[in-house]
Design a protein around this ligand. Structure first.
Ligand SMILES: [Zn+2]
Length: 356
């Protein structure tokens, strides 16, 4: 890490300075959600519950996907109750659930409730089957009516990254969405829009790899951008990892790829995981290999930047090319192949003249 920092600190683009030049518009959508539960529960006749805290105007959301149990049944019963009613239930007294926020769910269901009073609320759930366990995929979260300072800070980060991407590369507009997904994941969809799941952000932070989220964002952006450019390898996971490492270097986020590598290196490679990888169409290299690749690229960052520059330069904005040229002239960006940059600038000038 220390070596990488020393080698690069003077030779990497301060591309974030370009951000200032771009307009205020950005396609970043932050869902002001707090996740309480996301996972699979095995439900029997005994009630399970999730406690949430709500303030007036906030919404409660529970999404359920019920799998068939051994008896072929796929129903659960679920209700939202106030703290008072939860206590009454515990004391064996008669209790009531919130009107419109509960009932029987078959196969799939969603319960949404907008709170009018502040307090703790309890989401109760049990199998709808009289005997036999029922597996259910459950996601419970709350939504703020607007972006609170915590979410505004989050939006600021993604806005900055988004504008830096747009300032640097020729691209059309796309969205970056941060939301609850029901899975620990991040993806770039068929329209090149990026989604970062809350489940993944929480998991990374909990395990002490919070910095890795920047690398994940670069990885998804790599997919999106290569697709926008019409490049056939846009869906190749190793290519996206390599491009993400290049972006991390360009943005001076040296900790990000290393955090991602640590996270992947620590993930156990079980026989079950390997069997899954062989059977399923999953193009991600085995996690330990992804970690190994990143560490190898990070050992020779200049080599990596040099290797990618010819391809990237033709897809960079005029402003980004100027930054490269200036950096080379000042001696701060020594990895830049100035001949390629000059040739590209000259080509664009010629093109502009022809258009006139
Ligand atoms: Zn990917």
């Amino acid at each position: 890490m220390g070596i990488v920092m020393k080698v690069l600190s003077k030779s990497v683009i301060v591309i974030l300075s370009l951000v200032m030049a771009t307009s205020a518009w950005s396609g970043v959508n932050i869902q002001p959600s707090k996740l309480y539960f996301s996972g699979v529960l095995k439900l029997g006749s005994k009630m399970k519950y999730v406690r949430v805290h709500l303030k007036p105007g906030m919404r409660f959301v529970a999404v359920m996907g019920v799998y068939k149990n051994r008896r072929g049944e796929n129903t659960v019963k679920a209700w939202l109750v106030t703290e008072e009613n939860f206590r009454r239930r515990r004391a064996g007294k008669r209790y009531y659930y919130i009107k419109g926020a509960g009932g029987t769910v078959r196969k799939t269901g969603k319960i949404v409730y907008r709170a009018t009073k502040e307090g703790d609320y309890y989401f109760l759930i049990r199998s709808g089957s009289t005997n036999g366990n029922t597996p259910v995929k459950l996601v419970v979260y709350t939504l703020q009516p607007r972006l609170t300072p915590e979410f505004l800070r989050e939006r600021k980060f993604y806005d900055r990254m988004y504008r830096a991407y747009i300032a640097m590369f020729k691209s059309r507009y796309f969205d970056i969405n941060v939301r609850v997904c029901g899975i620990k994941n991040a993806f770039s969809d068929y329209e090149s829009n990026i989604t970062i799941c809350r489940e993944l952000i929480i998991d990374l932070k909990r395990k002490g790899h919070g910095e890795a989220i920047k690398f994940i964002l670069h990885h998804e952006f790599a997919h999106s951008l290569l697709k926008i450019w019409g490049w056939p390898l846009y869906d190749n996971e190793d290519v996206a990892d390599e491009f993400a490492t290049v972006l991390s270097l360009m943005f001076r986020q040296y900790k990000a790829p290393l955090a991602a590598a640590r996270w992947w290196a620590k993930r156990p490679v079980s026989a079950r995981y390997l069997r899954y990888k062989i059977r399923k169409y999953d193009r991600h290299t085995i996690t330990i290999q992804r970690a190994r690749n990143i560490l190898k690229w990070m050992k020779e960052p200049r080599k990596l930047l040099k290797k990618w520059q010819k391809f990237l330069i033709s897809n960079m904005t005029n402003a980004a090319l100027k930054v490269l040229k200036r950096g080379w002239e000042k001696g701060t960006l020594t990895w830049v192949n100035i001949d390629v940059v000059r040739a590209e600038i000259a080509r664009r000038v010629r093109l502009q003249r022809q258009c006139r």
